[in-house]
Design a binder for this molecule. Structure first.
Ligand code: FE
Length: 528
């Protein structure tokens, strides 16, 4: 039964639905004394986008996560929050009240300031009736420009619910001293329930558990899909363990979308409505700041975060401003010339911003983005034609060259590109010239595999030998599920490639498949 049904006439009157009472209450229609049949903090807590003096804290009230409106009445609810220096909350340093509004799916975003740099904090939410959330741990960024000896970053994404369990997140939550988690996107998948997750190598579709409902289009559809994902205890544990830096890729809206275009040729003005709904739900369900509040069907996703003098993180948006793919998978759109200089991946404003953002004195530049930047050829053994995807940077050659020029014009040797999307671990040099794959490198790229997407269907992949032969600039390609951990110091960037034993059932173990190191003075990857 919905909590809505428990709201009697008396409590409605008490809540002040009359016009005069509304004026007295201010702009929000408030449910002043909420009574819940069960704890409404079913979707956990999260924090994100650390600054030296604070983070954004997140939760969302949903006593019945998959029910209509998450089981909430269409009234605002006051949610108390606290930030403390210790897990037992004996040293509370900040506290306040924030409204969970029906307009925003009863989500709560608190931008906490006034904290001290580079230290862990603990936070929780609670209601007047006494219901409390779990306790989350977060960590502020170091002071701007301060001398920093190390940072530990995780890179995660591609978490198809039907493809597998999120056990990798449980392991991530147990990693020591993670400063922040970069999420490269595909936090949800939009497909209808029961179709399973696709394989990367022609293996069977994986079906470990099932999406509720059909393909998602409306705001309520997207909210319910997020709710289903966010009920996962392992995902909640990861969010409660460290701040996330969120982005999105394609499946938060629709497979392979590009600016105003979806993959099915739906008229732009109609696809725009779906984007509005999807981006609103993205904002509502994730620990992002007001700077990422959707406006006019757009989110300003690209932004940078600094970690002392050690690291600048440039979060990129490779979806919202890009030209349509060169040729789409179903060949509805004509191909354009390879040298089409107008074709863009980032759009002009973001391109200029990135060029400026790369002008800094940080020891490292981390391009936190979604899709493969390095050249590649994934043809199978015996195939005569190269195999690439027009959805990747390689499908936007002129835009790709412009970003390479941005790096080379500044003579940067410290650029690490973080990537996801392809459901595999890849470790690659980005060659100065694509025609000399074994020649000098301009940057390095670490592609993190999926948390669950593609399931266990690709585990027996045997294409390594062919792939390594055709891609001599790569050090690794591996199709097991997992994530990556980056240990960053002034003299060395070390990437830990973490792989899951299996994800098709709960309980898979994690292990370190390999470690790779790079120095900031030369883009050369060494296996360590
Ligand atoms: Fe994906």
């Amino acid at each position: 039964m919905s909590i809505f049904n428990t709201l009697g006439r008396r409590s409605i009157l008490q809540a002040g639905f009359g016009a005069f009472a509304l004026a007295a209450l201010g702009p929000a229609r408030l449910w002043a004394n909420p009574v819940f049949r069960s704890n409404p903090f079913t979707l956990g807590v999260a924090s994100g986008d650390p600054l030296p003096d604070g983070v954004v804290l997140w939760t969302r009230l949903a006593p019945e996560p998959l029910g209509e409106h998450g089981g909430m009445p269409m009234l605002a609810v006051e949610v108390d929050w606290q930030v403390a220096e210790d897990r037992s909350f004996t040293r509370i340093v900040r506290e306040g009240v924030e409204l969970a509004r029906p307009e925003l799916g009863h989500s709560v975003h608190v931008e906490v300031g006034g904290l001290r740099p580079a230290r862990p904090y603990f936070y929780r939410f609670f209601l007047k009736g006494g219901e409390a959330s779990v306790i989350g741990r977060t960590k502020t960024a170091p002071a701007l420009g301060s001398s920093l000896q190390s940072a530990r970053i995780a890179s995660v994404g591609c978490q198809h619910y039907e493809s597998g369990f999120f056990t990798a997140y449980k392991h991530l939550a147990n990693e020591d001293n993670v400063d922040l988690v970069f999420h490269y996107g595909d936090y949800i998948y939009e497909g209808r329930g029961g179709t399973g997750g696709g394989s990367e190598t022609g293996g069977p579709r994986s079906m470990a558990r099932q999406h509720v409902g059909q393909e998602i289009y409306s705001i309520e559809d997207y909210r319910r899909r997020y709710a289903q994902y966010k009920m996962d205890a392992d995902l909640q544990a990861a969010h409660a363990s460290a701040p996330f830096v969120m982005s999105y890729d394609d499946h938060e809206i629709d497979n392979d979308w590009a600016s105003a275009y979806d993959q099915d040729g739906v008229p732009e003005h109609i696809f725009q409505l779906r984007k509005f709904a999807a981006l609103q739900a993205w904002y509502e369900n994730l620990p992002v700041r007001i700077g990422q509040f959707p406006k006019g069907g757009m989110v300003k996703l690209y932004r940078n975060l600094d970690y002392g003098d050690l690291l600048r993180i440039h979060v990129l948006d490779t979806r919202a401003y890009r030209s349509q793919q060169l040729c789409d998978a179903r060949a509805k759109n004509p191909c354009r010339a390879q040298d089409d200089a107008k074709a863009t991946m980032l759009g002009q404003a973001q391109e200029s911003w990135l060029n400026e953002s790369l002008g800094n004195n940080s020891r490292w530049n981390f391009l936190a983005q979604q899709i493969m930047f390095s050249p590649y050829d994934l043809r199978k053994e015996g195939a005569t034609e190269p195999w690439t995807s027009s959805d990747d940077w390689i499908g936007y050659p002129a835009a790709r060259e412009r970003l390479k020029k941005s790096i080379s014009d500044r003579s940067l040797t410290n650029v690490v590109i973080g990537t996801g999307n392809s459901h595999r671990h890849t470790v690659a040099h980005v060659p100065v010239n694509d025609s000399e794959l074994e020649g000098p490198a301009l940057a390095v790229e670490f592609m993190s595999s999926s948390i669950s997407s593609s399931g266990d269907s690709d585990v027996n992949w045997t294409g390594q030998e062919t792939t390594m032969r055709n891609n001599p600039h790569m050090k690794l390609m591996e199709l097991q599920r997992g994530y990556q951990i980056y240990d960053v110091t002034p003299s060395l960037w070390t990437t830990h490639v973490k792989v899951m034993e299996y994800v098709g059932k709960p309980g898979g173990k994690i292990s370190t498949l390999a470690k790779y190191a790079v120095e900031p003075t030369r883009s050369v990857i060494e296996k360590v």
